[in-house]
Design a protein around this ligand. Sequence first.
Ligand SMILES: C[S@@+](CC[C@H](N)C(=O)[O-])C[C@H]1O[C@@H](n2cnc3c(N)ncnc32)[C@H](O)[C@@H]1O
Length: 214
Amino acid sequence: MRDITIEAEPAAAAVLAGDRADVLRRFADNLGRFGEERGLIGPLEPPRLWSRHILNSAIIAPLLRPGRVGDIGTGAGLPGLVLAIIRPDVDFVLIEPMERRVAWLEEQSEELGLENVTIVRSRAEDVRLDLPLDQVTARAVSALRTLLPLTAPLLRNGGELVLMKGASVDAEIAAAEKQLRKFKVSGVRVDVLGEGLLDDVTRVVRGIVRATDG
Ligand SMILES: C[S@@+](CC[C@H](N)C(=O)[O-])C[C@H]1O[C@@H](n2cnc3c(N)ncnc32)[C@H](O)[C@@H]1O
């Protein structure tokens, strides 16, 4: 078996994960060791696993409130499993269509003893949830204008979008003007998180979704 070099844990991990740092470390180690052979991450990712993926996901944890949070297209567990580890006070619904990714999420959730995670194998546009969500997260799933139809309908009236985006976030918002109106997203803003703590900041589009008659 080829040697895999996993990035050393940055000091910010303990700051962001607090008393859940041990569990987060176990997840990072599992993803670094098995992620490539399981087809979850590329070969370039283990040496930048913490800074580019784990902490980039963990930094949004303070934006979540106790309640039901859905993560769309969780893939290897980003950000959904990372957030579920750090925020045991929040219930997470991870929605992911690919069988092998779902198998990974189920295994990890079991191995790490997470009791606040439900995994649903589905595309977001086909999913039927018992209850609407209070907040929805997504990372690297699609451009905002195509992501809104996958995320906004899953929220309760007054629920919040918390969508992780790259440096082109302003252009994505401009291109999504029609969809933002259609799905009644108000108070759209971009939070830039991690300055002074992480090597790379994380940008998050936030907005509240109001039903027509709400
Ligand atoms: C590029 S990966 C990103 C995975 C993870 N969020 C991350 O940041 O590493 C995109 C993920 O979205 C999932 N996906 C694609 N279309 C989807 C849809 N319509 N509904 C839910 N998930 C979807 C894919 O199966 C894949 O796991």
